[in-house]
Design a protein around this ligand. Sequence first.
Ligand code: FEO
Ligand code: CA
Ligand code: CA
Length: 635
Amino acid sequence: MAKDFETMEDSNRSSNPSIHDVSNPSRRLLLQSGAMGAMAALLAPLAACSSVGPFAAGPKLGFQGIAIGDGDKLVVPDGYVATAIAAWGEPVGIPGNMPPFKFDASNTAAEQAVQMGMHHDGMEYFPLNGSSTHGLMALNHEYTDDGLLHVGGFAGLTAEKAKKAQNAHGLTVYEIALRDGAWQMVRPSRYARRFTMDAPFSVGGPAAGHAMMQTAADPAGRTVLGTLNNCAASQTPWGTYLSGEENFMFYFSGGDNVSAHHRRWGMRKDGAYGWEKFDTRFDAARNPNEPNRFGWVVEVDPMDPTSTPVKRTALGRAAHEGAWVGVTKDGRAVVYSGEDARFEYIYKFVSRDKIAPGGARANRELLDHGILYVARFDADGNGRWLPLVHGQGPLTAANGFADQGEVVIKARQASDLLQATKMDRPEWLSIDPHNGWVYCTLTNNSSRGQTNMPGVDAANPRANNVMGQIIRWKDAGDFDGATFQWNHLVLAGDPSNTRPESRGNIKCDIYACPDGICFDRRGVLWIQTDAAAAQMYQGELQRIGNNQMLACDPATGETRRFLTGPTNCEITGCTFTPDGRTLFINVQHPGETPSERSDPAAPTRYSNWPDYRPGGRPRSSSVVIRKRDGGVIGS
Ligand code: FEO
Ligand code: CA
Ligand code: CA
């Protein structure tokens, strides 16, 4: 999401400093010099190749980097082919219910409920019988552009339009196969599913049944209808899909008297989508607990079409980008996550139990029992995981935490009290399969260092950070380590900029606003970008072009541009077949307008990708990428 929602989410007004204990003057001086020293080191030229443009192939990155992107087209290197598939509105393949997409946006809400949702984001390929040519795809539909979604756009919102928007959110599972040399959706399919705002999700973990989760429609507090603003995704070692509920709060209206709790989570008087006018669930003045039922990591078993997905509350409530699993040497799951909002936090959860053999069914409660931690990055390059455990430290009833359920529901407030480090909008994470270092994109934070806002710290070292950075850490001993060492892989930017904080230290091809990242099996880190349409092609982003995907050798920092997207899109989603020979990515919101809501009278004003059809409209879509010679992607 390039969305405004992300850039305007800065509800963390807690007083915990970004560098800890700044009330001690001598410590403050030490830390400032430490941060500045770190900054100087970070800004020292690293680049062997420091200009924008294509670079020759190196040992790990076996393709010729491409030029920055412009124009309404998707570009990949010579020797590669990219094909759009599964665009918004395509029927997902539910037997007997496969209405075709109508390019004038006149599909009904009921039709949208069985078609691909809008604004594809994270996704994962699940092989059937280990196949690299036949599997299931699970993917997220993060949000909607109601200017494109309806005939006549958002104006004159009706119950039918609100329902269509709800049905264009959520998740999809569909079947996909490589047949006759081309990847195709397999339709109909017994696996095909949509999870819209009507789909039941059960609740697992310490918030299940909690008083703060109970509503008039669900007095037990154990069944939630729907999932919201699903952003990044990952696949667990036991074969399930994890999806993060990100900017859920903007769907709720708080009215004139928003509680301090909901204010801390960014609730505003009005909802951004107007759903509260037709669905009282989203009127938080009437249903104050409904927002507590969102902001979770959800777990889906795509292989079982009858399975009910679960909201995993033990992982904490947050504006979750997503969640990613590491496995300790003794077989426990460690789930890393962050929340994409300014000055919010990075978390990890360590499961109590070991992963059981037997796949999803054998691990139904694995993520319901364990310990949640929040990260503190210290200026000396070390860090500590602070336990979010009821009764420990300040997390007591006297401070507003009656039990562990309340700790996870109010994870932000708990993290404030523990003085966790306020980050520059944590987006995706990925774990290096070769050495266990965990990488996290911090996409940007233009509020850093501004008046009345937290200043720079060692982990978030740039004021008015419009470019973003990628941080990485290694837990001491194993993934469950209580401490870690950390550093930055890179500060993104353009060395041609005059302002030092916007130059960065990228080695080779430049980019801004890293968002999606994923390691492939060879240990190449793939980086995807999400600069907002309102900020692209101008100012300090002028020379960076369209959003893009790059490959980075984390050992050397060498970074090469692999793909550039069509106008005003975001590149996101990243999943490979097991053989590494097919890569799937998503192009989200091609043609995004600066206001982020398209003019229904001019839907193709900025883009008409991928159909380029007269009278059509741009569509978020997945993209299949193959090498012409059938080789491993990136090799
Ligand atoms: Fe949905 Fe933070 O990107
Ligand atoms: Ca983003
Ligand atoms: Ca994102």
